[in-house]
Ligand binder design. Structure first.
Ligand code: ADP
Length: 352
């Protein structure tokens, strides 16, 4: 069966087609600049039409959906009720869910009768216990506004954790794994015997590690302090923390870790500092996750930095486990979120 995997963003649609259950990649591509000034592609419907002209015999579609809040704990077949709920989640993911839904609605029109599945970035982390997902805020923030840790990159963490268990030749439900997804966005998950029990990203992807352009954990009092100092409104502050901070903000050079590693080696102090704080924050969380799982069988690196930058991996793991009786195996596992979505879509449409 041919499964079309769609990752629909605000101005782009990325797709891959897999032949399942062989898991063979049949084709892939991207349509960009959707809805932008001067673009020939005015909306997601037109973008998807172009994609479908190149593909025939689609048996089912799997959609990446960023936010499922507490409404979705696993992938689901899409119907009107699911569409309504994804729309409700847009309140806490205004940049992502509407764009994901645009892809779903375009598919519904163009591939009527073909089953569609939604796979959520947040779903794998729905097993995180209450004491780990609740913030130290008045409880009504959770009850009234759904404010809690949700976590993201769930499809990637699940995929590489399962791969790691396979490499270790152990059952997924019996191993303790720490997965480090280090790309432009970065997050770590503690996967305890098959379940995510904590992750570094939070209510939004801003929490946790220092990332390409995101600050990660900071003193929350800084938000209002900086807004006053720089006379910024909430939207400007949001942009400051998400787009102007992290590796880019500290180094003043780039958000690209390849460039920073090179500049740091050449003696650029701020590039060196950016790499150091990136590494330090990761080491700190790995230590914390070993503590909450009471051990760890494997530490997994994935995504752009995790897969390709051996120097950064070395800095992170240097003497990291010297105080442990049993050091975890360190693995590099290339992530493949689209294949994970194809697998889950195939399983659901076959009623497994
Ligand atoms: P995204 O979160 O945008 O998917 P990636 O997983 O592509 O990001 O990771 C981007 C980061 O990985 C950048 O900091 C980049 O410098 C770093 N990187 C290192 N080697 C590579 C590579 N071969 N290809 C892509 N990114 C790489």
């Amino acid at each position: 069966m041919k499964i079309l995997v769609i990752n629909s963003g605000s101005s782009s649609i990325k797709y891959k087609v897999f032949d399942m259950p062989k898991e063979a990649l049949v084709s892939k591509g991207v349509i960009e600049h959707i809805g932008e000034k001067g673009s020939a592609v005015s909306d997601h419907y037109s973008g998807l039409k172009i994609i479908l002209e190149k593909i025939d015999g689609v048996g089912a579609v799997g959609h990446r959906v960023v936010h499922g809040a507490e409404k979705f704990k696993k992938p689901v077949l899409i119907d009107q009720a699911v569409i309504r709920k994804i729309r409700q989640c847009s309140a806490i993911a205004p940049l992502h869910n509407p764009a994901n839904l645009a892809g779903v609605l375009a598919c519904k029109k163009l591939l009527s009768g073909v089953k569609q599945v939604a796979v959520f970035d947040t779903a794998f982390h729905q097993s995180i216990p209450e004491h780990a997902y609740t913030y130290g805020l008045p409880y009504e923030c959770y009850k009234k506004y759904g404010i809690r840790k949700y976590g993201f990159h769930g499809t990637s963490h699940e995929f590489v954790a399962k791969e790691a268990a396979r490499i270790l030749k152990k059952e997924f439900s019996k191993v303790k794994i720490i997965t480090c997804h280090l790309g432009n966005g970065c997050s770590i998950a503690a996967v305890d015997r098959g379940k995510s029990i904590d992750t570094t990203m939070g209510f939004t992807p801003l929490e946790g590690l220092v990332m390409g352009t995101r600050c990660g954990d900071i003193d929350p009092a800084l938000v209002t302090y900086i807004m006053q100092k720089k006379r910024m409104n909430p939207a400007e502050m949001d942009n400051f923390l998400n787009k102007a901070s992290g590796l880019k903000g500290v180094s003043g050079i780039s958000n690209d870790m390849r460039i920073l590693e090179k500049k740091a080696k050449e003696g650029n102090r701020r590039a060196g500092l950016a790499v150091d704080i990136f590494v330090y924050r990761i080491r700190k969380y790995i230590g914390a996750y070993i503590a909450i799982m009471n051990g760890c069988d494997a530490l997994v690196f994935t995504a752009g930095i995790g897969e390709n930058q051996a120097g950064v991996r070395e800095e992170i793991t240097k003497n990291l486990f010297s105080c442990l009786k049993n050091a975890p195996k360190v693995l590099v596992v290339p992530t493949n979120e689209e294949l994970m979505i194809a697998r889950q879509t195939y399983q659901l449409v076959r009623g497994e």
